[in-house]
Write a protein of this length. Structure first.
Length: 624
């Protein structure tokens, strides 16, 4: 895993901007602590920071130029099936000077260009410079595991793995108000947009060509939600899921450095651990727990799984003060507002795990793939209403009166009942958007100075929800394209790479994703169960308690912080009346209402909304 950056200029008056690649590359040091490389030729400069995983020798360093000298590659990612393609290329007469997957990818791309994507099992963001055509080719993996941002205007095209690196090229920092509005609803900013108007994110499954001052954008992959006809027998489908997942785990265990696994005690990470433990002795596993916050602590489940599969298990028990100590490290690393508070936990888990291994397996993607979230169960019930569901709707007035909070089981259950009853009066698209976020458009409009939600925000929302249809697979596809790619994977990439740790998720093997999306919804969810086929496939090896336990979110106990350690930062600094009025973005009286709501006995989602404001204010003060 690495960090990449580069620039191509279109006029001689911008030649001095090529020198900025050095500063842009240095800013990616945390992503790649092991080595640095710079390439400059003609009108193009490329930079690379390396985290050595496969072929850790100098021979695998980047930027990597082929023997002809025509093509130069910078890569962030892993090509898990590179060995079989190396054999294919050697049979074609290609000679290799390293043992790296980087060189195999470059040679495969030279021969097949964009057709090579169908052969790559892995995740990546890469750029290739063609010195003969003086062109750039950039691509991002199918699901957006690795980031790639870019900026294009009449004078230059620049790209980078992170915003801080891209800004080193002198990109104007004009806030995109539509992005800010969506951020305040979802707590993140979906691709292809960013917080700045002239910075875009290359969407997953896409590539870009840059030549002669022009840029073209192309799509090479899209998930199909078309179900197999005739549908496979359930037992056969279960066997195929098992086969694909086990091969995916094995492929992701290829590394020339120490490898372990995150183990939360949930179904997904437990299955990955179970499979991985069959293919290596003394697998190291890691989990994080909160002795001060038993409601959020899952370590007993993780320990139970670790004992069953005989892993070398480490529990990082965190006190509130230790969480708080890492807060500024996380906020300082964010170069775009991103308010998923569990990023703090991923940061600490990555930081401590990195002291023992360089690569860790995760269960990311399984919830979106197999229908594992509470909102999936709620939506299924919404589409298949019975007496229980109508009773919840009838209690809407009561749920609205009772106190709601994410920080306790009763308050959280009432919060869920309230959102469910609210959703029954909405269309499918409105309900999905509301359940995906923490604030609706009216609440955001009340918070922002200026006019209400404009047509740009509405158009972006429609584009993000375009996959949503009557079939349940369409909802899961929408989750893949919105939540997984823009929240979950952004979080794990940023927080792991801030600590030089590579994360790999077998559930995002494209063969498994394509197959599971072809299965009918009843194989994944019904009123009694979520992740049905996954649980049935591994029910014979997992502890019964793990299979039966309810979904527990990976959350930070923010409410207690806001009322104690963080109260001064919120009330006296970032959300003070003076700062708000000087900044001229938010309405001070509405911000104060949120603060008072948070301090009340009925905080509801005010905690998540205040966190979004805190993150934005911290970022704004640093970058704008």
């Amino acid at each position: 895993m690495c960090g990449i950056t580069g620039i191509q200029i279109f006029s001689e008056k911008c030649r001095n901007q090529l020198e900025r690649v050095k500063d842009a590359t240095v800013l990616l040091k945390q992503r790649g602590p092991d080595d640095e490389g710079i390439f400059t030729q003609d009108n193009t400069a490329l930079g690379h920071r390396r985290l050595s995983i496969i072929d850790t020798s100098k021979a695998g360093g980047q930027p990597f130029t082929d023997p002809s000298g025509r093509y130069t590659l910078v890569l962030n990612g892993e090509f898990f099936n590179y060995r079989e393609h190396r054999k294919y290329l050697e049979a074609k007469g290609v000679s290799f000077r390293s043992e790296s997957d980087t060189e195999v990818l470059l040679q495969l791309w030279i021969r097949e260009k964009e057709l090579c994507f169908s052969k790559i099992n892995g995740f990546f963001a890469f750029a290739v410079y063609d010195s003969e055509e003086k062109s750039l080719f950039l691509a991002r993996d199918r699901y957006g595991v690795k980031p790639l941002l870019y900026s294009f205007d009449a004078e230059k095209f620049a790209f980078a793995s992170e915003m801080k690196s891209l800004l080193a090229y002198g990109i104007a920092k004009e806030i995109d108000k539509a992005s800010l509005s969506i951020y305040l609803q979802l707590n993140y900013i979906p691709a292809p947009h960013s917080i700045f108007k002239n910075v875009k994110k290359l969407e997953p499954g896409h590539y870009i060509r840059v030549a002669k001052g022009g840029m073209s954008l192309h799509r090479y992959y899209e998930i199909s939600s078309a179900e197999l006809v005739p549908k496979p027998r359930y037992e056969a489908a279960k066997d195929q899921v098992r086969s694909l997942l086990e091969d995916a785990v094995q492929k992701r265990m290829i590394a020339d450095v120490p490898l372990g696994a995150f183990l939360s005690g949930g179904i997904d990470s437990s299955i990955v651990t179970a499979i991985a433990s069959m293919h290596t002795a003394h697998l190291k596993t890691f989990s994080i727990g909160f002795p001060d916050q038993p409601y959020f602590d899952e370590t007993r489940y993780a320990t139970q799984v670790a004992k069953k599969f005989k892993t070398d298990h480490t529990v990082f028990s965190l006190r509130n003060e230790e969480l708080f100590e890492s807060l500024h490290s996380v906020l300082d690393y964010l170069d775009e507002p991103f308010a998923d508070s569990s990023a703090l936990l991923v940061y600490i888990l990555s930081e401590r795990t990195r002291k023992q291994v360089t690569v860790a397996l995760t269960g990311d993607g399984a919830d979106e793939l197999f229908s594992g979230y509470n909102k999936h169960a709620a939506e299924y019930r919404m589409r298949n209403k019975g007496v229980a569901e109508r009773s919840l709707q009838a209690g809407k007035v009561l749920w609205n009166l009772l106190p709601k909070s994410r920080n306790g089981s009763l308050g959280n259950k009432i919060r869920q009942f309230s959102k469910f009853s609210e959703g029954m009066g909405m269309s499918e698209s409105d309900r999905y958007w509301r359940w995906a976020g923490f604030a609706d458009s009216n609440q955001v409009n009340d918070l922002l100075l200026g006019s209400g939600e404009d047509k740009t925000v509405q158009a972006r929302r429609s584009e993000l929800l375009k996959e949503l249809g009557p079939g349940f697979n369409s909802l899961l596809k929408c989750d893949f394209n919105l939540v997984l790619q823009n929240d979950m994977l952004v979080k794990t990439d940023l927080m792991s790479m801030a600590n030089g740790l590579e994360l790999r998720s077998p559930f995002l093997d494209y063969r498994l994703v394509d197959y599971v999306f072809s299965l009918p919804e009843e194989y994944k969810i019904n009123k009694q169960a979520r992740k049905k086929i996954l649980k049935d496939a591994y029910g014979n090896i997992l502890p019964a308690e793990i299979l039966a336990r309810k979904k527990q979110g990976f959350e930070v106990p923010l409410l207690d912080w806001f009322r104690t350690d963080l109260k001064s930062l919120i009330f006296d600094e970032l959300l003070s009346d003076a700062f708000i009025k000087e900044q001229h973005i938010f309405k001070a009286d509405e911000v104060n209402k949120l603060k008072q709501k948070m301090l009340s006995a009925n905080p509801e989602d005010s905690v998540a909304r205040i966190w979004a404001l805190v993150v934005f204010q911290y970022w704004w003060r640093k970058y704008v």
